[in-house]
Design a binder for this molecule. Structure first.
Ligand code: AMP
Ligand code: ZN
Length: 135
């Protein structure tokens, strides 16, 4: 897709540091890394977000992310992994070509969960479940 930075990376028009590549997917280092080795996994085909991609393609991308997570852990000796995947503006997406963040983690690396922990009441959980299950 013209005007898409990640399509330009796939096409080789913008350079990237490739961690993994196959026929359908590419993984490359994020230029604003949250941690050492922060990698983005993308489908080579342009899909905007999780709501636009076929489920089996999303699943195949998740498989690649799992292998990349293992690779980064083995090579960088990370102690944990955080996977993030933003969708649409409200979901914090800034590049509108679907991508999965694979973020190697170390204890004490000073990254923070993006939400505050606050317990829901049973009534609140029941109400939202009813909303989800409404026919
Ligand atoms: P998101 O906010 O989930 O849409 O993430 C977009 C990510 O793409 C950010 O973490 C950026 O640092 C990263 N990014 C943007 N441009 C490039 C680029 N040319 N090469 C590598 N990563 C990029
Ligand atoms: Zn694209």
């Amino acid at each position: 897709m013209s005007n898409c930075i990640f399509c330009s990376i796939v096409a080789g028009d913008i350079p990237s540091q490739k961690v993994y590549e196959d026929e359908r997917f590419l993984a490359f280092l994020d230029i604003f890394p949250a941690s050492k080795g922060h990698t983005l996994v993308i489908p080579k085909e342009h899909h905007v977000d999780i709501h636009a991609i076929p489920a089996d393609t999303y699943g195949a991308m998740a498989s690649v992310a799992k292998n990349v997570a293992d690779l980064l852990m083995n090579k960088l000796l990370s102690e944990g992994t955080t996977i993030m995947q933003m969708n649409r503006e409200a979901g914090w997406q800034t590049v509108f070509h679907l991508h999965m963040h694979v973020i190697p983690r170390w204890s004490g690396d000073n990254l923070h969960k993006p939400w505050d922990i606050k317990a829901a009441t049973d009534e609140e959980l029941e109400a939202v479940l009813q909303e989800i299950q409404r026919l």
